[in-house]
Write a protein that binds this ligand. Structure first.
Ligand code: AMP
Ligand code: MG
Length: 433
């Protein structure tokens, strides 16, 4: 197979040697992308309100300068007392009556307990000095301003008390530089009273969608055309990664139009993401366009779907460059390669620590007797038994398989699967979907 785009370029590409060579190994490609992302400039830092930080990458580790909880407090509605003050007669089902001398709602600052008495207390309220247990209200019998405690089960010192510093100790590193701010991590930062954070500036990502057949939803479909579904998948996926998306829309299948779009994208963005036109057909202009304006470092990965994925750079006039990722055109291929390769790359570019997604090992509820020579990522659904059903179609054009399955199984090249066998499952929720 000869590649027309490679013949028509100046010959500077280090990929020329790869024609007819084996495809790039998936993990090597991912590693190469992460190295490329980290070898560039460190992203700039900005200070923002905690409230607006969801999805952003923390640029400076947040330490706690306080303990959480800040004071011993009650885990229940009940009665705070000193356990040694509770008297049980021989074989008695109930304790001797205890007098209630105080009432401590959440937010109150309680007086020390009077010896031999109890305080009525509510969830989250500070434990009065002198008390060492909270007796839950369900196990007491109230008579006026006194109550008795059922003897069983035996009470323990510290029961139903949430201790000062139990969750977070003073001085502890809380959320680390490079960690993505999730709702729970935002809450954690709020719980130590920090309201302003240093995060890395948003990555500017320009994207465009190649294909003369593409039409925007809302417009009439011409004969032979299809709607530009990938625009919605990819711009939403980029936005959910915290990127500032510059959407350049549909670009016609010509070299000149592709070059013009790349030029504009390189001027406006740190990263260019394209869809389609990156295979070897005569109508595929993305690769030759990139080669004419920069370089390609990666092309054609040993994976299915997603083989045509490309990575390189588009030069700007001032010696700097924009990163370039060319995703395949098929909507399943583009989204799968986005999740598995573009997402780690983008996280690394944003200053985030990348951790390879961990596999779940679940049984396959299907046979896969005719494997591909490439590493396959099959779309599967978790069934009621916790096993994996194969989604009804595995076509790289069928977006239903992404919309209505739960994740991918990672099948090594040439591997047969028999029903019941354990396979490596990657839930979409772990891939940012
Ligand atoms: P290509 O890689 O450009 O040859 O495209 C491969 C397949 O994906 C073709 O069937 C295209 O029509 C389809 N395709 C390309 N871009 C999109 C898009 N943005 N939305 C939906 N389908 C697309
Ligand atoms: Mg095309």
């Amino acid at each position: 197979v000869t590649d027309p785009s490679i013949n028509s370029t100046s010959g500077s590409s280090n990929l020329i040697a790869r024609v007819n060579k084996p495809l790039q190994v998936f993990e090597d490609a991912r590693e190469q992308l992460i190295v490329a992302a980290k070898s560039g400039l460190t992203p700039k830092i900005e200070s923002i309100d905690l409230m607006r930080s969801c999805g952003r990458v923390l640029a400076n580790t947040v330490h706690s300068d306080m303990a959480v909880p800040p004071m011993d407090n009650s885990g229940m509605d009940g009665y705070a007392l000193k356990l040694a003050d509770v008297k049980f007669g021989p074989n008695a089902d109930w304790s001797e009556p205890i007098l209630v001398c105080a009432r401590v709602p959440a937010g109150a600052s309680p007086e020390p307990l009077l010896t031999g008495t109890a305080a009525r207390i509510f969830t989250g309220a500070q434990i009065p000095a002198g008390a060492d247990v909270v007796v839950m209200q369900e196990r007491v019998n109230v008579q006026g301003d006194q109550f008795s405690i059922s003897a069983k089960p035996a009470l323990q010192v510290g029961e139903a008390i949430r201790c000062r510093g139990e969750d977070i100790q003073t001085g502890a590193p809380l959320v680390l530089q490079g960690q993505v701010l999730t709702p729970a991590r935002m809450g954690l930062i709020a719980s130590v009273g920090v309201g302003q954070l240093d995060v890395y500036k948003k990555l500017r990502v320009a994207c465009f969608f190649t294909g003369d057949e593409l039409t925007m939803p809302g417009q009439a479909l011409r004969q032979g055309s299809i709607y530009n579904s990938s625009r919605f998948v990819l711009t939403a996926a980029l936005a959910s990664l915290g990127c500032e998306v510059i959407d350049l829309g549909i670009v016609p299948d010509t070299l000149a139009a592709t070059q013009a779009a790349l030029r504009q994208a390189a001027q406006e963005a740190d990263l260019i993401v394209t869809s389609g036109g990156v295979s070897v057909g005569e109508e595929d202009h993305v690769k030759p366009a990139v080669l004419s304006m920069g370089r390609l470092d990666l092309w054609q990965i040993n994976m299915k779907p997603g083989k045509p994925l490309a990575y390189g750079r588009v030069d700007r006039t001032d010696q700097s460059f924009a990163h370039f990722i060319g995703l395949p055109g098929n909507p399943v291929s583009s989204y799968v390669t986005f999740m598995l390769l573009a997402r780690p790359f983008i996280l690394a570019l944003q200053g985030a620590n990348f951790e390879a997604p961990r596999y779940f090992h679940l049984p396959a509820n299907f046979d896969w007797p005719k494997p591909d020579k490439r590493r396959e990522f099959l779309r599967v659904v978790i069934n009621q038994q916790g096993a994996l059903d194969l989604y009804r179609t595995q076509s790289s054009g069928a977006l239903t398989s992404m919309a209505f399955s739960d994740g991918l199984i990672d099948v090594p090249p040439g591997t047969v699967i028999a029903k019941g066998q354990s396979v490596r499952f990657l839930p979409f929720t772990h891939l940012g979907a």
